[in-house]
Design a binder for this molecule. Structure first.
Ligand SMILES: Nc1ncnc2c1ncn2[C@@H]1O[C@H](COP(=O)(O)OP(=O)(O)OP(=O)(O)O)[C@@H](O)[C@H]1O
Length: 725
């Protein structure tokens, strides 16, 4: 009968070639079908690494491995895949799923029909005393989770079952029950089991055991033979003797690593254990040079093998797997309250903050007034106050400053504070109690009259005194810019009124730059409308980035990613399932955003809403791929957060959202134009404000840039994932 697992000269190191950390040192191993193989060894000796090479999760650096007669990873081998069941050391389950959903999830990705899963689930539930079917995995105790994990590895009756410390944390009765079940199953079927355990004595029930230390198998034989050979009553004692004999081989291992690979191949684990009486497991069929060098023919072997019914049964469509994966993703997302808040509520909260806080006209700005023309500022408000007295062909002005000051009153934007002297106003401005002050000379009105009636002959003094003198605190440029504008606007309407009252030519009162109706937008268009498209785009981009990066990193850290890979799902399939799940969410999010800003903040859209939703969805898809890229190259949440936050500011600052691109150096402009938000924000603004459609170059340019970034991020993700495989 063909062996279930044959490892020949398995050599594996972590780290770089020049500084290898050797884990498996030309190790040989044989596991027969229909038997239990207990893999024993101290913590850190390389058991998990060996198992990961057997299930096809990792590859040996040199050496050979055959699992169920085939090389793991070979096309059609079913390894990784449904021919094996793998229970990793960590729990590696989705915490938000119930016990039943978890078992069904694995059953489905193994390609089982639901009625078959139901049948098997019942058996496993009784055997393993699983917690209630509707209980969430995260609410199960450590031992319960381990049992659920065990059930997932067993659900599809694999030909090879690999259990990495399945009995840790279980009570002795249950441990015994599991062993009984394994003994019974292997006796009555060809299923092979490899089990690692720290409870060395329970391995007595295995058909054969391998004692592993420092990357080699010190012995491989039946438990009885091992104890007999060392004349001891327990495997533990035998292991102790073997370990003492092996001694410290670190020096030998290190020097071996320096040997040319040709020479290394001639070494086997026995040679390394110089001076150690290594049991040459004669009772176990050693793989011959011939058997290992034979090129596997997966198709032929699958035809010849009686057990291939199981393989065929477990063949499932990519569609079915993606469906199972997507169901898992949705369950995972919707059972986490933070997930829903993040997805649906965050855009609303962020948009509300933006629309309430950004771009509105500032109000209640304190401005000082020093008016030397009027002794008591209250007199400016006298009902009898007349500032213009028209005569025959001229006009007499008095207290014109009052007219200007009352003009400032018209809005709640300015809060006037009257000062008796320039010194006091200046002192308060220095203390930042006011934002600046306006000064009127004592002869403001008469100077203005002189200036208006015959400016050519006016004295310099008269020209100076006819001016409204303004001193502003310019440190808050936005505010001082607004004050400047307001003071000019009020002056403009003030002087127009004066000349009209006096029947002077109105051209006297205006500068000859006449702003007509804007081509696009409105005269009083707020800054908010300029920044809104960019803000919305960066918001959906980074929400998608953070969500994707955290979901993928979480999945990788808790082992679900690796476990699903071992179940035969490819990284690409998992990726597609995630992208599809999140794409649905992104579309929903984009619609939500557009509807919300339209309804609540009355942001009209002159263009096509579908085009806008399409652009936003592309943006979040791009953000999602950026998140994926981060998750591929970052090992932890912390690292991912650093990268996402680090990328956030340069992208926002350089996209022309906060300041027009035209203000940047030309070379920088040419580069940042192709950043993910620059042209797309301009496209969105052109759709919203100008009503342009996608056939316009200044609209589809943004779409092209976004599409290009999607391709770039996707390619980099694929490269990263391939490297990791
Ligand atoms: N990805 C990795 N990169 C570098 N070193 C690693 C990696 N994975 C494991 N190791 C190291 O390889 C050695 C063997 O690890 P492995 O998990 O295979 O041991 P083990 O026998 O299964 O231990 P345990 O019984 O504690 O699970 C350990 O020293 C571990 O620190």
């Amino acid at each position: 009968m063909a062996a279930a697992v044959e490892v020949r000269n398995g050599y594996k190191y972590y780290g770089s070639k020049s500084k290898p950390k050797i884990i498996l040192n030309y190790l040989n191993m044989n596991v027969q079908r229909g038997s239990i193989y207990g893999l024993l060894g101290a913590s850190g000796c390389g058991k998990t690494t060996l198992l990961s090479c057997i299930v096809g999760q990792r590859q040996f650096n040199s050496g050979d491995v055959r699992v169920l007669g085939l090389k793991p990873g070979a096309p059609g081998s079913g390894i990784p895949g449904s021919r094996i069941g793998y229970m990793p050391q960590e729990i590696a389950l989705v915490e938000e799923m119930t016990v039943k959903e978890t078992v069904y999830y694995f059953g489905r990705i193994y390609g089982m029909k639901d009625d078959k899963i139901r049948e098997k689930f019942k058996i496993l539930r009784d055997l393993l005393q699983l917690p209630p079917a509707t209980q969430l995995v995260k609410k199960c105790s450590g031992g319960q989770q381990r049992r659920v994990s065990f059930a997932c590895a067993m659900i599809h009756d694999p030909e090879l079952l690999i259990l990495d410390e399945p009995t840790v944390g279980l009570d002795p009765m249950l441990r015994e029950k599991i062993w009984e079940f394994l003994v019974e199953t292997t006796r009555n079927s060809k299923m092979a089991v490899i089990i690692t355990t720290h409870y060395i004595e329970e391995a007595k029930q295995a058909n054969s055991i391998g004692l592993m230390r420092k990357g080699v198998l010190l012995a491989e034989d039946t438990p009885e033979n091992i104890m007999l050979r060392f004349e001891v009553n327990s495997i533990e004692d035998a292991f102790l003797i073997l370990s003492q004999k092996q001694g410290d081989n670190d020096v030998i291992e290190a020097s071996l690593a320096q040997l040319p690979s040709q020479q290394q191949h001639h070494h086997n684990s026995n040679a390394i254990c110089n001076g150690v009486e290594v049991i040459d497991a004669s009772s176990i069929i050693q793989p011959t040079e011939k058997s290992m060098s034979e090129k596997p023919n997966p198709e032929k072997q699958l035809e010849e093998d009686d057990d291939n019914d199981n393989t065929k049964k477990c063949l499932f469509t990519t569609k079915g797997r993606i469906k199972a994966l997507m169901t898992k993703n949705f369950v995972q997302l919707f059972r986490q309250p933070s997930g829903i808040i993040f997805m649906l509520l965050f855009p609303i909260i962020q948009l509300s903050c933006f629309y309430m806080a950004v771009g509105k006209t500032p109000t209640n700005l304190k401005i000082g007034i020093v008016n030397d023309e009027v002794r008591q500022w209250e007199s400016c408000y006298s009902p009898d106050l007349i500032t213009v007295n028209p005569a025959n062909d001229t006009c007499y002005f008095s207290n014109l400053s009052c007219r200007y000051i009352t003009g400032l009153e018209g809005s709640d934007h300015l809060n006037r504070v009257f000062y008796p002297s320039l010194e006091e106003a200046h002192r308060d401005a220095k203390k930042a109690k006011i934002l600046g002050y306006v000064y009127f000379a004592s002869n403001f009105s008469t100077s203005m009259q002189t200036f208006l009636e015959d400016g050519r002959y006016a004295e310099d003094d008269a020209i100076d005194n006819a001016q409204v003198t303004v001193h502003l605190d310019n440190t808050d440029r936005q505010i001082s810019y607004y004050l400047e504008r307001k003071l000019r606007e009020v002056y403009s309407s003030f002087i127009k009124d004066v000349v009209t009252d006096c029947n002077y030519p109105s051209s006297l009162a205006s500068i000859p730059v006449n702003l007509q109706e804007p081509i696009y937008g409105t005269e009083d268009m707020e800054f908010q409308r300029y920044v809104a498209p960019g803000v919305v785009m960066t918001m959906v981009f980074f929400l998608a980035t953070l969500m994707t990066a955290s979901v993928f990193i979480e999945e990788r850290l808790d082992g679900v990613w690796d476990r699903t890979l071992v179940a035969g799902v490819s990284a690409i399939q998992m990726l597609w399932a995630h992208l599809l799940t999140q794409f649905i969410i992104m579309v929903a999010q984009s619609i939500e955003v557009i509807v919300y800003i339209g309804l609540v903040f009355d942001t009209y859209n002159k263009g096509d809403t579908t085009t806008l939703i399409f652009l936003l969805t592309l943006t979040s898809f791009c953000g999602m791929l950026f998140g994926l890229l981060i998750s591929v190259y970052c090992k932890s949440h912390t690292e991912a957060n650093f990268v996402a936050t680090g990328a956030f500011y340069p992208m926002i600052i350089l996209c022309g959202l906060l300041w027009p691109l035209e203000g940047m150096p030309k070379a920088l402009q040419d580069v940042v134009l192709y950043f993910p938000f620059t042209l797309p924000s301009i496209s969105a603004r052109n759709i919203l404000e100008k009503g342009w459609d996608i056939t316009n170059g200044k609209v589809y340019g943004g779409f092209l840039v976004m599409a290009a970034w999607i391709v770039i991020f996707f390619t980099l993700c694929m490269v990263g994932l391939k490297r990791k495989a």
